[in-house]
Design a binder for this molecule. Structure first.
Ligand code: BGC
Length: 361
């Protein structure tokens, strides 16, 4: 009977139609009941983890009537390990992680594997790990969109030989390496041709937004205030740079990139303080992950069409890699139309006029 319900729910999963189901009411785990554990990384490096990933993963598991437990390690690597231990003890039949770094992520993946629990790397690849699947976006493409966005905004401003600062993501996040690779693939030819000048390039440990602000202020001081464009790896770091630019009355004059289409990032774009963001349809990422997790939890394997090379093991990890989208003032409305942020969240009093101007109705 339960199996029948599950089969029906699985079929409807892609549509996320919300079959009447409640994970909390699900039967206690036994060795045959699918039970998915998910560990999110933190809630400060980006708003997405709690506002989007948790929400869409929950929706997908509920729609499939599958028991789940989603927890957030709040940036604490010890906490990450103990959540994993608890989940293993509670009997999860599949474990999905967003690692805080590859080393501690691998320790968790190895522990799960030792217990016969299959794993999925969600959003971030764990280098040297052994996850059955990796579900993310084309992260080099994310960086490329940021690089192209910066060039577009600098060109529109008529910048001549602009001085560029690069504010990269965490050195321990493989995604940050890929974002930078994509961004630099666009900017390096301009540096080499002496069209642009790279004045500073720093990675922000753990994507810490406050530290990003401190680093950017140091960059600006060192450059005697002469920074004309900022390749910032996500909206949080972009906002940190914008805060410093505001202090120096440079906001709006210096294009800043971002990523994640957060409410704050989109509002910065509406005000003209941020050049662009990269929208990643997290609903698709969460839905694809839930589908694979449920298959694994039932002892099945699904074939996927892409692979990603783990640079440490040299192995090809079966992958689902989705396409990111660049967002500028003109298409901020696409993010609202897609349901990722609501008009009510975005178009608060201070932004109402800009929202109208941007065609958000
Ligand atoms: C994610 C980004 C996020 C960043 C900080 C990256 O791994 O892909 O979406 O902004 O982590 O949380």
């Amino acid at each position: 009977m339960r199996k029948g319900i599950l089969a029906v729910a699985m079929t409807g999963l892609m549509a996320v139609t919300g079959l009447a189901a409640c994970a909390e009411d699900a039967q206690p785990a036994d060795s045959k009941t699918p039970f998915v554990g998910v560990i999110l990384p933190d809630s400060k490096s980006s708003a997405r983890w709690e506002t989007a990933d948790r929400k869409y993963l929950e929706e997908a598991f509920k729609a499939a009537n599958v028991k789940y437990d989603i927890q957030n390690a709040q940036g604490d690597k010890t906490q990450f390990q103990s959540i994993a231990d608890q989940m293993i003890t509670k009997g999860v039949t599949v474990l999905v992680i967003v690692n805080l770094d590859s080393g501690t992520g691998k320790a968790v993946l190895d522990k799960a594997a030792a217990q016969g629990i299959p794993t999925i790397d969600y959003d971030r690849l764990t280098l040297g790990g052994n996850a059955k699947y990796y579900v993310s976006f084309d992260n080099v493409a994310v960086g490329r969109l940021q690089g192209e966005g910066l060039v577009k905004c600098l060109t529109e401003k008529g910048a001549k030989n602009p001085a560029i600062a690069q504010l990269n993501g965490s050195p321990t996040d493989n995604n940050a390496t890929l974002f930078k690779e994509g961004g630099v693939s666009v900017l390096k030819p301009k540096y080499d041709a002496k069209e642009y000048t790279l004045v500073d390039d720093q990675a922000v440990p753990d994507w810490d937004n406050a530290q990003g602000g401190v680093l950017f202020e140091q960059m600006l001081t060192k450059a005697n205030g002469k920074i004309d464009g900022v390749l910032a790896a996500n909206d949080g770091l972009g906002n940190a740079a914008i805060s410093i630019l505001k202090k120096n009355k440079l906001n709006g004059k210096v294009p800043v990139t971002g990523q994640d289409a957060t409410v704050q990032g989109l509002q910065n774009i509406l005000l003209g303080d941020q050049c662009m963001t990269v929208y990643k349809a997290v609903k698709k990422e969460a839905t694809a992950t839930a589908e694979l997790a449920i298959a694994l939890a039932k002892g099945e394997t699904k074939s996927v069409s892409q692979t990603t090379k783990d640079s440490e093991t040299g192995k090809d990890v079966p992958s689902v890699l989705l396409e990111p989208q660049a967002i500028y003032f003109a298409n901020v409305k696409d993010v609202v139309t897609d349901g990722y942020v609501t008009k009510a969240e975005l178009c608060t009093a201070d932004f109402a006029a800009k929202c109208t101007e941007a065609g958000i109705s």
